[in-house]
Design a protein around this ligand. Structure first.
Ligand SMILES: [Zn+2]
Length: 127
């Protein structure tokens, strides 16, 4: 049971009061920077879900779904104190999901060997 005032990670199930140094990050809204980032978060946590509609993604945000800081690299945060995620942050290990979703989102004829380097993540998410 999650008591009032505590937050639970949707991926690993850790509760905020188990580790006060841990940060929790709310699922992004699909509209803000495009739906791709929100889809990667959703699919990372709930691989079997249907995340094709913005509504389904907005619902996760509305339900205050959270991911804990364990799922993000240092490079995903705005500073070394690891408190705030940058706006392009996706969970570490979700890079392949990003490539996969991006290919689905855009032309299917787009070459799948066009593997994205992490450094070009910003340009993908800004599309
Ligand atoms: Zn977690």
């Amino acid at each position: 049971m999650v008591g009032k005032g505590s937050v639970k990670c949707s991926k690993c199930g850790i509760i905020s009061k188990e580790d006060y140094s841990l940060t929790f990050h709310r699922f992004p809204l699909p509209s803000k920077y495009g739906s791709l980032k929100a889809k990667v978060w959703a699919k990372f946590c709930f691989p079997d879900g249907d995340w094709t509609s913005d509504e389904s993604l907005e619902k996760l945000n509305a339900q205050h779904r959270m991911l804990c800081g364990h799922h993000f690299d240092d490079s995903s945060f705005t500073s070394s104190d690891r408190k705030r995620l940058n706006k392009f942050a996706i969970p570490s290990g979700a890079q392949s999901l990003l490539s996969q979703l991006r290919d689905e989102q855009y032309s299917p004829s787009r070459a799948s060997h066009d593997i994205q380097e992490p450094s070009s993540l910003k340009s993908i998410l800004m599309v």
